[in-house]
Design a binder for this molecule. Structure first.
Ligand SMILES: Cc1cc2nc3c(=O)[nH]c(=O)nc-3n(C[C@H](O)[C@H](O)[C@H](O)COP(=O)(O)O)c2cc1C
Length: 197
């Protein structure tokens, strides 16, 4: 068993939802996963308590959450000694033709923080109209109309989710396998299965 930190920044909760799903995959695999909002990190938070770290952020107005950027900059030296991954949630990743934008945000983040994660995941986000004020709702509806080619159905509240959960789970499993390899451990669940055979 290894200990994973999943630290995230979120505006309307979609990145938190993605971080939680990643944590669930790691736990199902037999690891320990701690999911933390970057805004709620205490000053004595010890990143060295964790064997591996995943950091996630969403994009608002072309930028990631400053709290995530600050965390990564402050812990960069420690991150460099562990298996790490970065995941990003944005509307660009939901849009056919938006890949270059999504990749550009990551590139800018890596350049600014000088952190080089081992794995990167890019996920489509959500339009949480129920969380927006009047003006933001209007602007986001217009942006979505212009930018998004294929619009999934809205839920009963009117929100629209683009996140591909199979992709999120595959990413989490890939990061776990990579970390297990680097840490030189056998996946705990696979161990149990071997014992049963
Ligand atoms: C005010 C606002 C600005 C946004 N700006 C961008 C943007 O510049 N590029 C982009 O790809 N997505 C943008 N998005 C889409 C968000 O990244 C998407 O809604 C995501 O699900 C937000 O995740 P969160 O709830 O974890 O913050 C924006 C969303 C909002 C509400």
């Amino acid at each position: 068993m290894s200990t994973f930190l999943v630290l995230y920044g979120t505006g309307e909760g979609q990145t938190e939802k993605v971080a939680t799903r990643i944590g669930d995959v790691l736990i199902d695999r037999g690891h320990e996963a701690t999911t933390v909002d970057a805004n709620e990190v205490s000053p004595n938070f010890a990143i060295d308590d964790f064997d591996a770290v995943l950091v996630g952020a969403s994009i608002h107005g072309g930028k990631h959450q400053p709290s995530v950027r600050e965390f990564v900059t402050a812990t960069r030296d420690s991150l460099a000694t562990k298996p790490t991954a970065f995941f990003q949630v944005s509307l660009s990743s939901a849009d056919e033709g938006g890949e270059a934008h999504a990749a550009g945000y990551v590139e800018e983040f890596i350049e600014a923080t000088d952190w080089h994660p081992d794995r990167i995941g890019l996920f489509g986000g959500a339009l949480r109209y129920t969380e927006y004020g009047f003006l933001k709702r209007l602007v986001m509806k217009q942006i979505a109309k212009r930018k998004v080619t294929e619009m999934p159905d809205a839920d009963s509240a009117g929100d629209i989710e683009f996140t591909d959960w199979d992709e999120v789970e595959a990413f989490a499993a890939d990061v776990a396998a990579f970390a297990e390899g680097r840490l030189g451990i056998t996946p705990p669940v696979a161990d149990d299965r071997a014992g049963l055979e």
